[in-house]
Design a protein around this ligand. Structure first.
Ligand SMILES: NC(=O)c1ccc[n+]([C@@H]2O[C@H](COP(=O)([O-])OP(=O)(O)OC[C@H]3O[C@@H](n4cnc5c(N)ncnc54)[C@H](O)[C@@H]3O)[C@@H](O)[C@H]2O)c1
Length: 320
């Protein structure tokens, strides 16, 4: 038996693939390489290159492999861009999820772990977000992730799908020097690219109502996140109870200013970040409790902030 990882050639999916294999569980990957990298898929892992919008491809994958469940990581993750490209975002995150669920139903595969996002909360008015905090997505991206969760819930009612959605907060770091976040929009790659190219990294706004004026976020290490996917899959395989949603957050806020200082320390490149204007829609602070996931999904912060920055920097350097 194997688990299918959609988006397994991407930053998070590739770490999920490795976490499953480390625990002796076989995986199969499907990825269209729209933002992923074939070289992120380890040798020996069956890899289907194609889009999950293609129901026939999915039927072939389910026919050719014995799949007990799916970790559905594939998606279009650029929240800012989603405002300009809502139809594309909905196609990739909503239609694609519906096609996947239909193919699973046809193949009799009834367990799924879904990559959801902190973006479902929008700008929360609480210090610590819990799973019960109101959902107010502020972009087509956040909306599409919430609809993805609803699709799973409704398919659970209609067809007995067993499911959980993991709402990731700010995923950073690297669990393997060969794997890194190559997003052109995320903080770590932006800062590292600037340093490598001799530019000064930039902070978007330093007049927020936070201790140092920069936005406060909840940074989690990608390898810690990956472990919880395996725990969720094991619960589903064992028929154990599982919550419909879990926050994967640290309970601890770190400011963008603190990240910049840590980057300067780790890289040995002294710099004072440029301060640009606030980005529209950026909440001052978003930090989540991961208590529920700690109870059920072996969730804990196994890495410090320094390790998150260092591992990401090492992977960035290995790539250049
Ligand atoms: N990185 C974060 O901080 C973060 C936070 C919250 C949620 N997420 C979610 O986690 C998931 C993975 O994010 P990531 O950071 O690894 O991004 P990523 O872009 O590196 O990975 C996404 C992968 O999915 C593949 N893909 C996209 N559309 C596909 C399709 N239609 N068919 C097949 N493959 C497809 C891409 O080629 C890529 O390999 C996404 O769904 C994202 O929304 C990420």
């Amino acid at each position: 038996m194997a688990w299918l990882v959609t988006g397994g050639a991407g930053y998070i999916g590739a770490h999920v693939v490795r976490a499953f294999r480390e625990q002796g569980i076989d995986v199969v990957v499907v990825d269209d390489l729209s933002s992923g990298h074939a070289e992120f898929v380890p040798a020996g892992v069956p890899f289907y290159r194609g889009t999950i919008l293609d129901g026939e491809l999915l039927a072939t994958i389910f026919a050719e492999n014995t799949i007990s469940g799916v970790v559905h990581v594939a998606g279009f993750k650029y929240a800012g861009v989603s405002v300009q490209r809502p139809l594309h975002t909905y196609e990739q995150n909503v239609t694609a999820t519906a096609v996947l669920l239909a193919a699973m139903q046809d193949a009799g595969v009834d367990a799924i772990v879904f990559s959801s996002s902190a973006a479902v909360y929008g700008t929360p008015d609480v210090d610590i977000v819990t799973e019960a905090t109101a959902k107010n997505p502020e972009s087509p991206y956040g909306e599409s992730k919430l609809i993805g969760e609803w699709l799973l819930r409704d398919q659970g009612v209609a067809a007995g799908l067993r499911h959980t959605s993991l709402r990731y907060f700010n995923v950073v770091g690297s669990g393997d020097p060969g794997l890194r976040d190559t997003s052109p929009h995320n903080l770590f790659p932006l800062v590292f690219d600037a340093l490598v190219e001799g530019r000064t990294p930039r902070v978007n706004g330093d007049d927020y109502p936070t201790p140092d004026g920069t936005c406060v976020r909840d940074y989690i290490h990608v390898a810690d996140l990956a472990v919880s996917h395996v725990a969720a899959a094991k619960r589903l395989d064992a028929g154990e109870p599982i919550e419909p949603v879990y926050n994967l957050g640290s309970g601890d806020g770190v400011s963008v200013g603190q990240i910049m200082s840590t980057v300067a320390e780790v890289t040995g490149i002294a710099f004072t970040p440029e301060v640009g204007p606030r980005r529209p829609g950026d909440p001052a602070r978003i930090v989540a409790s991961g208590e529920l996931a700690a109870r059920d999904l072996d969730w804990k912060m196994r890495h410090t902030l320094d390790e998150m920055v260092r591992s990401a920097w090492e992977a960035r350097q290995a790539a250049s």
